[in-house]
Design a protein around this ligand. Sequence first.
Ligand code: PAF
Length: 342
Amino acid sequence: MKRKSLLALVLTLVLSLMLAACGGNETATQSSEGGAPADTGETFVLKAGHSLPDTHPYELALLEVAKNVEERTEGRVKIETFPNSQIGAERELTEGLTLGTVDIVVSSTAPITNFVPDLGVLDLPFLFDSREKAVEVLNGEIGQELFDKIGEQGIMAMSWGENGYRHITNAKRPVTTPEDLKGLKIRTQENQYHLAAFEALGAQPTPMAWTEALTGLQQGVVDAQENPIIVADQFNLFESNQKYMTLTGHVYSVAIYMLSQATYDKLPEDLREIVVDELVKAGPFERDLLVKMDQESLEKVKAQGMEVIEEVDVAPFREAITSVYDKYDNQDLLNRILEAQK
Ligand code: PAF
């Protein structure tokens, strides 16, 4: 009897150990080191989307990331890129990151503001005194705080890139003063500060995604748009009736390389580290290319036939839109950015 119960005890113990081992395995694949799933040798294909052509620095930096990630993970992580809004415009792509339906996105900040209101500060006109000051602020404490805010939306902000200084193009007339903008129908990004700025300047702003903007310009639904020179060049805006460009540089348009938290969560530790490491390098890589290529685009748009007003007195533009700063909620953050540039 005694031997029987001992045997039963041993069997029960063995059984419970086996069950625990099975259960343990399941949890291990869910979460081992640092919450990462265990490495089962699985391979991953990640989708990376953005709105610009395959010759734009957004894409060139992503291709560099894709190449390095594939090499370093020995083919276990492949990144497929989808330029030209193929899998959505910037706002949709950002939403896709929160849902985990897109893995990697590079986008200008303006549409991301709809998900992270504090980020709106970066789209206030004439915020930064220079590109160098902007990069310094973004790579410092303030930039990190903004990344943390983005993180709260299930999006991991990896590095700051650059869309470029925004300038106005239009189909109607050379714009040299804010008065010249009166009544011009201008496409803006889906961002309340861009909208308010052009209202304050007396134009008629219509916010829309970039995917709709091109048709809008071609069909004359809008007369004008504002974007970096490289965008005007790579989308041949001269052929979409944009005869004039005024180098107002009213917004230093920042871009962000982002990874979906859901994607990160499903990658084993070693693969995660490589993807993150390469995406952290993407921003500075892209910025260097952008600065050079944006400058080259100036000559190209002129060669396409665009009349470029290069010497612009921006003071009256700046003056006309100061009221926009009052619309921004986090005045403390705004003041810290202004203070950091002194
Ligand atoms: O104007 C926009 O929507 C953006 O600047 C663009 C062209 C999509 C690049 O990020």
